[in-house]
Write a protein that binds this ligand. Structure first.
Ligand SMILES: Nc1nc2c(ncn2[C@@H]2O[C@H](COP(=O)(O)OP(=O)(O)O)[C@@H](O)[C@H]2O)c(=O)[nH]1
Ligand SMILES: [Mg+2]
Length: 262
């Protein structure tokens, strides 16, 4: 145990050259009191060196529940949004020496048991980003994804693949792994504070030439696992299209954009 109580087991993952790799899980939390322990229970504590929960000024008991677990808890003094939450989490994970950072939502929507599969492509040196895709294996609707989200996801993913020249099954999952090299190269602190952060960071991945791998994951939709409103989903979709326009403009040398400035 470290002085502030987080678990620091050292049976870390091994990369392809056989050296130890420090895996840190970042949980972006907002009103996750009811689902946090269930999520935490299923994290492989031998593989994962540290868990950092960033609470974005939740209205429920998230901080109280989290403080009883052997994890690092950071509380924002005010609500900044999902992108702002990730900025705090990734900056802290890098400061703590992470080689791989996994974002895992504490709402029990994604399966924590898949963490070993999420880190494997990075350990093998095949990619710097791994996405847990709900569309590999076709379980998104089965898991309860609302139809409007399904349709929007298919439309946006098609446009994103066309613009970025990729062939991914989806871009909108909240289950992701990033290598240290990636997080130290792309200027993610300049990204949005809102949900569109997730789209911006994948455009940055393409822009800076990083490889993205995917693994299939299940998704679970239930009341506590999904609180984003219809209006916020629409705003997110518009933001994705705006980000793609910026990417295309920057790539063609027509505009200068901080997201793509090294
Ligand atoms: N930081 C922050 N995170 C939020 C906020 N609202 C939702 N989240 C988090 O964003 C993630 C996705 O939100 P969620 O409602 O689960 O969306 P969905 O599962 O895609 O329908 C979850 O981990 C939430 O905890 C917020 O205002 N601030
Ligand atoms: Mg969710």
């Amino acid at each position: 145990m470290s002085p502030n109580g987080q678990a620091t087991t050292e049976r870390n993952a091994e990369n392809k050259s056989g050296s130890k790799t420090k895996v840190i899980v970042h949980m972006p939390a907002y009103n996750a009191a009811k689902t946090l322990i269930k999520t935490w229970n299923e994290i492989d504590k031998d593989l994962v060196s540290e868990i950092i929960l960033v609470d974005d000024c939740s209205k429920d008991d998230t901080v109280a529940v989290a403080s009883n677990l052997p994890i690092k808890v950071i509380r924002h003094p005010h609500n900044v949004g999902y992108g702002g939450n990730q900025k705090t989490g990734y900056a802290e994970a890098l400061r703590d020496g992470a080689d791989i950072v996994i974002m895992l939502h504490p709402d029990y929507q994604y399966d924590p048991l898949k963490i070993p599969d999420m880190v494997a492509p990075i350990l093998r040196g095949e990619a710097d980003i791994v996405l847990g895709s709900r569309f590999l294996g076709g379980g998104a609707l089965k898991g309860g994804m609302p139809m409007y989200k399904f349709v929007a996801n298919r439309f946006l993913t098609t446009v994103q693949n066309m613009v970025l020249g990729t062939n991914l099954s989806e871009f909108h999952t909240g289950y992701r792994a990033y290598s240290r090299r990636f997080l130290e190269t792309v200027p993610f602190l300049r990204n949005s504070l809102a949900f569109v952060f997730d789209a911006e960071i994948l455009c940055q991945a393409s822009y800076f030439g990083f490889k993205i791998a995917e693994i299939g994951v299940e998704t679970r939709y239930f009341a506590e696992a999904s609180s984003i409103s219809f209006w916020n989903s629409v705003k997110y979709g518009m933001g994705v299209l705006r980000t793609l326009a910026k990417y295309a403009g920057a790539k063609a040398g027509l505009i200068k954009c901080d997201l793509f400035r090294p």
